[in-house]
Design a protein around this ligand. Structure first.
Ligand SMILES: [Zn+2]
Ligand SMILES: [Zn+2]
Length: 135
């Protein structure tokens, strides 16, 4: 049985994963705000080879803070943002947690790009906060 399953709003793209996330975090950068249409992105990072995708997401090639490519993958039918892949983080796929079938176990450990967080956003929990990228 897969550890987690999920998919886009219309169901054209589905996925399942069989690994423990290597990290769980929140990104407040402006590009994540635009890409999600929301205040921030919530992601789990999982090993790419542990993720099985059915359906074909469309890819937008964005540029991360590092200047390296950030691939944003979304459903071509309904527009749900599903996955981000950073060239700076090879072998890891970030899964947008809003697309998980069961979100009850998600516990973000960090917030990044807090410098561009929307002013009303104050998240609870014991998260490490970084002004920009980590490190
Ligand atoms: Zn869809
Ligand atoms: Zn971001």
């Amino acid at each position: 049985m897969p550890r987690f399953t999920g998919g886009c709003l219309c169901g054209a793209v589905r996925y399942e994963g069989n690994a423990e996330p290597v990290f769980t975090g929140i990104c407040h950068c402006r590009n994540c705000q635009r890409a999600t249409g929301s205040a921030f992105a919530s992601v789990i990072g999982v090993p790419a080879d542990a993720l099985k995708i059915t359906g074909t997401p469309k890819t937008f090639r964005d540029t991360g803070d590092s200047g390296k490519a950030l691939l944003r993958r979304f459903c071509p039918e309904c527009g749900s943002t599903l996955f981000d892949e950073a060239e700076a983080m090879p072998g890891v796929v970030m899964v947008l947690t809003g697309t998980l079938d069961d979100t009850s176990w998600i516990k973000p450990a960090m917030e990044i790009f807090c410098d561009s967080a929307q002013p009303w956003v104050a998240l609870g929990g014991e998260m490490q906060r970084f002004p920009k990228m980590i490190g």
